[in-house]
Design a protein around this ligand. Structure first.
Ligand SMILES: Cc1cc2nc3c(=O)[nH]c(=O)nc-3n(C[C@H](O)[C@H](O)[C@H](O)COP(=O)(O)O)c2cc1C
Length: 196
């Protein structure tokens, strides 16, 4: 098994997948990595739906992905979203003791204010899945330019469970070179070099 740092260095966005199925055992390990992610007030807003069946993929993604080929080629698509009711103070879906922060009611106008928080928490869990997948020998790719509202409706998710990204998972059929990154001095701000 790779160390965390090795997985971080090895990970690439994979857009070409082998057709080989991914064992459920590995998918469960990836989901377990998400389940253990940190979240503000321990709200754990992330929710996931696994789509593997080609007919189901066709039904959910035909009209919603602007023809993104890799969504159909990936053997596993994880629809990643957030349960916004976990951000409602005192709600049964919110963890105990988290009343100091959150929406005052579960009406849409109140809870939609918490979409950025929900997205941040969910993104952490999704990246846990990405790194776990890498360590397990799998390739992954986020897929973002999609009709998320429509995907949620097709899947029957209510408005308070919001889709944020798809995570494509499978065995890589490509070995991309590392994509460029900014040097540290461009991303670490220090007194004296803060761009104005
Ligand atoms: C939030 C997010 C959304 C992304 N959306 C897409 C996408 O819709 N389609 C795609 O092919 N790649 C997508 N990517 C992958 C990025 O293009 C990729 O991470 C970046 O180019 C760096 O390459 P690397 O991941 O191989 O290091 C996304 C990545 C992130 C983190």
């Amino acid at each position: 098994m790779l160390t965390v740092m090795e997985a971080i260095e090895k990970r690439r966005s994979i857009r070409k997948f082998k057709p080989d199925p991914v064992p459920d055992e590995l998918i469960n390990q990836i989901l377990e990595a998400a389940r253990l992610a940190p979240s503000a007030s321990n709200r754990q807003p992330w929710r996931f739906q696994i789509i593997k069946d080609p007919e189901e993929k066709e039904r959910v993604f035909r009209e919603t992905t602007f023809g993104a080929r890799h969504v159909f080629e990936a053997p596993v698509v994880i629809v990643c979203g957030s349960e916004l009711l976990t951000f409602v103070k005192g709600h049964k879906m919110a963890p105990p003791g988290s009343e100091y922060f959150g929406a005052d009611s579960d009406d849409w106008e109140s809870i939609k204010e918490f979409i950025p928080d929900a997205q941040l928490n969910t993104a952490i869990a999704v990246e846990h899945m990405v790194l776990a997948g890498t360590a397990l020998g799998l390739g992954t790719c986020y897929a973002q330019r999609l009709r998320f509202g429509q995907i949620a409706r097709i899947l029957g998710w209510p408005r308070h469970i919001t889709v944020f990204t798809l995570l494509l998972v499978g065995y890589a059929d490509e070995d991309p070179a590392p994509r460029p990154r900014l040097p540290l001095e461009d991303i670490v701000l220090k007194e004296g070099n803060i761009p104005q």
